[in-house]
Write a protein that binds this ligand. Structure first.
Ligand SMILES: NC(=O)c1ccc[n+]([C@@H]2O[C@H](COP(=O)([O-])OP(=O)(O)OC[C@H]3O[C@@H](n4cnc5c(N)ncnc54)[C@H](OP(=O)(O)O)[C@@H]3O)[C@@H](O)[C@H]2O)c1
Length: 328
């Protein structure tokens, strides 16, 4: 993964399609396919950054009219006519609809089509491309829930770009003009990039949900659990940001406190069985990190690993603490 794909060309390479590029800025005219959350926010943000956003294709006249009212110079056109009005088409439709939308378009050399899916490669857009047309993907790491907030969130966001090499500098320019940072993904890197993003977003929420479930066993409601544990989460994040992941690890796995871990497992089995799998999975990674840091010797790691792999309810071990006991 690299952070800057090079100097922008300020236009699309190899303009050979029959429609002259019509914008005096020299920038490619932008067309939007799908006036949903991402399409609308990108149209508004790009127009605000001085890009000529000229056409939108929507299946819903009300939606396209609302967007047209917000973007000067924008007009609504049928999907098949987008290539007449635009040099760079942003296909902002659901992932599953991308192949059908691409099949409804015909692009020439000097034109490009780009989607905003985090999971799919640019190549899914190939059906839109005649000779010389380029495909790309442009995925802002932004939660597009509400348009105004999404437009401001683009500033400072990361945008993962991938696709045909001649197009990448232009996509990087597009990202920078939105105030975002382009990150170039290697070929084939998209699924891993997106899986990591899903862990960072939904995975973090799932972890918070498990934390709240476990905290119920100590008498807390969700608000109480968030008030108590979010500051701890923030400390961990700040420590990881400052010193890296391994250095940020704290807790019983670093110390090899097998008795405490045995108590946790027994308590979760009784009070929050839905959180057990996540506790075990996180714990195995913590043991591995502790080993890497040299904080745990092999026998302590084996002892902990054995506890975590035990099926069913672990019984308290003599001298290693009892249910409800608290250590460290
Ligand atoms: N939402 C996010 O936070 C986010 C973040 C980054 C990337 N993305 C990606 O951005 C893309 C668009 O997501 P979105 O959240 O903007 O979706 P969305 O709000 O559901 O909008 C998608 C738009 O595509 C059109 N559409 C829906 N089904 C279609 C179909 N079967 N055929 C053709 N057009 C169809 C509709 O627009 P019209 O009614 O105007 O035709 C719809 O409003 C997806 O690839 C998504 O993975 C989303």
């Amino acid at each position: 993964m690299t952070h800057d794909p090079g100097e922008p060309p300020h236009g699309l390479p190899g303009h050979r399609h029959p429609h002259a590029p019509g914008d005096p800025s020299g920038r490619p005219r932008v067309g939007i396919a799908g006036a949903g959350a991402v399409g609308s926010a990108l149209a508004i943000a790009l127009a605000g950054a001085g890009w000529p956003v000229r056409a939108v294709a929507s299946r819903d006249p009300g939606r396209s009219a609302r967007l047209v009212a917000q973007v000067p110079g924008l007009r609504a056109v049928p999907l098949a006519e987008l290539p007449e009005e635009a040099d760079l088409i942003l296909a902002t439709v659901p992932d599953d609809a991308l192949p059908a939308v691409a099949s409804g378009l015909r692009l020439y050399g000097g034109q490009a089509i780009v989607h905003t899916s985090g999971a799919l490669p640019a190549a899914v857009l190939a059906p839109a491309c005649g000779a010389g047309a380029l495909t790309g993907s442009f995925h802002p790491l932004v939660a597009f829930a509400e348009t105004t907030r999404a437009v401001s969130a683009l500033r400072g966001a990361t945008v993962a770009i991938e696709g045909d090499a001649p197009l990448l500098p232009l996509l990087a320019e597009l990202a920078r003009d939105l105030g975002a940072s382009p990150v170039l993904l290697p070929p084939g890197g998209k699924p891993a990039y997106h899986a990591a993003a899903v862990l960072a977003a939904g995975g973090m929420i799932a972890l918070l949900d498990a934390i709240a479930e476990v905290a119920r066993g100590a008498g807390m409601d969700e608000a109480g659990a968030l008030a108590i544990y979010l500051p701890l989460v923030r400390q961990g994040l700040a420590n990881a940001e400052a010193g890296g992941i391994a250095a940020a690890l704290t807790g019983p796995f670093l110390r090899g406190d097998a008795g405490t871990v045995r108590d946790h497992l027994a308590t979760l089995e009784r009070l929050a069985p839905g959180a057990l799998d996540l506790y075990r999975a996180a714990a195995r990674r913590e043991v591995a990190i502790a080993r890497e840091r040299g904080a745990l010797d092999a026998s302590a790691a084996l002892r902990l690993g054995g506890l975590l792999d035990e099926p069913g309810r672990p019984g308290p071990a003599a001298g290693e603490g009892t249910e409800g006991g608290r250590r460290g």
